[in-house]
Design a protein around this ligand. Structure first.
Ligand code: X2X
Length: 337
């Protein structure tokens, strides 16, 4: 399906109906909450709505999953606590933010590890994904098999043009709550500030920070173009969203319902991945023509060399350990250190 402004707007209409989707005449046997931090116009919420509709249908109305987008239930740090306590049953979360609880889940976020999407999906649907899920399960959460896409991350700024790593020197940049993000931008010589996504737009519009980094689909759906002018296409990290369930809530569901949930969420993962990759491609023109953003395509090898010189790879090789690092290097087919 071609993701265009019209389909996005169509999606918005349907998704905007009430905070919690799906009010029904007859109360379902199970009514669960699914939280995420993205706008209703992002492919994640468009495909998630389709999944929860199918789940309601296929369970004969027994499981109703109400989706709460745009951090409605709280910012990512707060919602992760709700997921752990069971106050929220489902949450989609970046492995790097999850690393505040599951340190080695951040392995897939190593800078410049993935050259392209083919390598990403081979790894995340292969041994690296399996390794990450086993680390997550050890901490008492239930990950769905397929990770959804966020995309390759780019650096935006309100004024400065970023062509070389030196341009990041002292740059006040927002990073999500995660040790690896802090470490990476410190290694670039920037001044990273940890801010949850729910607060990013305000932090940029008030000048608390001058920049941030996210895939273009996020810059578009979160309207960051209103408070940022320049984009540097650094592709410095690939990021995704693990779909996580609270263990007790998951095991509380009958097996047949669990199978229907897993089947639908994993099936929609492939469609969402295609949508998001396409949107990350097509939206550049719109951000340029309709929102006046200026794009720079820097030599990304220089940024990678800066991380190497700063000891970033050595630091994380030691932190993740031999086993995880070997799985990563095998998955990306490169010596990262
Ligand atoms: O917080 C972010 O920047 C976001 C939306 O990309 C994540 O969830 C990691």
């Amino acid at each position: 399906m071609m993701i265009t402004r019209r389909t996005m707007l169509a999606g918005t209409g349907a998704l905007a109906l009430g905070a919690a989707f799906h009010t029904r005449a007859h109360a379902a046997e199970y009514t669960y909450k699914f939280a995420n931090n993205l706008q209703t116009t992002h492919p994640l919420n468009i495909r998630l709505k389709e999944a929860v509709d199918a789940i309601l249908e296929e369970t004969g109305g027994r499981l109703q999953i109400n989706v709460f987008p745009s951090s409605q239930l709280g910012n990512d740090t707060e919602t992760l606590s709700q997921l752990r306590s069971g106050a929220t049953e489902f949450f989609s979360l970046s492995p790097l933010i999850l690393s505040t609880l599951v340190p080695n889940a951040a392995i897939s976020g190593i800078g410049f590890a993935f050259p392209d999407y083919e390598t990403v999906w081979k790894a995340m649907d292969g041994e690296l994904g399996a390794y990450s899920r086993s680390e997550i399960e050890k901490k008492g959460l239930v990950p769905m098999e397929k990770i959804w896409d966020n995309g390759f991350r780019q650096i935006t700024s309100s004024s400065k043009t970023i062509k070389t790593p030196e341009d990041l020197s002292g740059f006040k940049i927002r990073v999500p709550p995660s040790p690896l993000w802090q470490s990476m931008f410190t290694a670039f010589g920037a001044a990273p500030t940890t801010i949850n996504f729910a607060e990013v737009y305000t932090a940029l519009s008030t000048g608390i920070v001058d920049g941030q980094e996210n895939p273009l689909a996020i810059a578009s759906t979160a309207k960051l173009y209103e408070v940022q002018k320049n984009v540097s296409m650094t592709n410095h990290m690939w990021d995704g969203f693990w779909f996580l369930a609270n263990k007790r809530a998951w095991e509380n569901l009958p097996e047949d319902i669990r199978e229907i949930v897993a089947k639908n969420l994993n099936a929609k993962a492939d469609e969402q991945r295609a949508d998001t990759a396409q949107l990350n491609q097509t939206v550049r023109e719109q951000l340029t023509k309709e929102h006046g953003m200026t794009f720079t395509d820097p030599d990304t090898e220089a940024f990678r060399a800066k991380l190497r010189e700063a000891g970033f790879y050595q630091e994380w090789k030691e932190k993740f350990g031999e086993e995880a690092w070997t799985i990563l290097e095998t998955a990306v087919g490169a010596d990262l250190g």
